[in-house]
Design a protein around this ligand. Structure first.
Ligand code: SF4
Length: 216
């Protein structure tokens, strides 16, 4: 069994943490500033199996939950089979809508699978994709994707493929150096929603991010 919390919650919101691994190293990532949220430890020492994740959901589910998100301390699609099993189980327990936060790299992680269709078939209602930048170069500097400079284009492809299957929202963290209006414009051109996220790092961290983003 994985050490760390596979589910966590606050008030009537319930969250699922299927992995703490990621293929990005975003300058603003909350993992740079702590090991969890709301008093839960979200740093796992290994990914849960589908069975382990379903068991954790069953043991911590409460009918009061009216907001459910697959969003942990890493990229959920790195543990896609557990994610799919978890969504299916939540849909059996409740008719609450389920959303997932992802970095949108599902097509790169699983090139032989139809990830958007599998997510839709499991019952996922809404996907929130971290766009974070209006262009590939800014994304590369800000998120340092291990998959290389083609990552940004793949995120746009993933967005297009999810669009006919579920509600889709792109997002970006509001930090100096990121053109939020340009990100919003890109979302509008793609015909999907857009949401601005608040930077959750400590005071002073923004300066370091700005130094990285500024041309030398
Ligand atoms: S994609 Fe998300 S989890 Fe991964 S490094 Fe960036 S902010 Fe962190």
């Amino acid at each position: 069994m994985s050490k760390g919390d596979l589910t966590y919650w606050r008030e009537t919101s319930f969250y699922v943490n299927p992995t703490s691994r990621c293929m990005n190293d975003c300058l603003f990532c909350v993992r740079n500033y702590g090991d969890g949220v709301f008093g839960f430890n979200l740093l796992l020492d290994g990914d849960p199996s589908p069975e382990e994740l379903v068991t954790a959901i069953e043991e911590t589910w409460n009918p009061k939950f009216d907001d459910v998100a697959i969003v942990g301390f890493g990229e959920p699609l790195l543990n896609i089979d557990a994610v799919l099993a978890g969504i299916r189980r939540i849909k059996e327990l409740s008719d609450v809508k389920v959303r997932m936060n992802t970095n949108g790299q599902g097509l790169l992680i699983h090139p032989t699978r139809d990830v958007p269709q599998e997510l839709s078939d499991s019952g996922l209602d809404r996907v929130q994709i971290s766009l974070n930048a209006p262009d590939a170069e800014t994304y590369f500097q800000l998120c340092k994707p291990k998959m290389g400079r083609g990552t940004f284009e793949s995120i746009l492809d993933f967005t297009e493929r999810c669009k006919p299957l579920m509600k889709v929202e792109l997002s970006a963290v509001n930090i100096p150096g990121v053109d939020i209006d340009a990100c919003r414009g890109l979302a509008e051109r793609l015909g999907v929603g857009f949401r601005v996220r608040v930077f959750k790092g400590p005071e002073g961290a923004i300066e370091g991010i700005l130094r990285t983003l500024s041309p030398s």
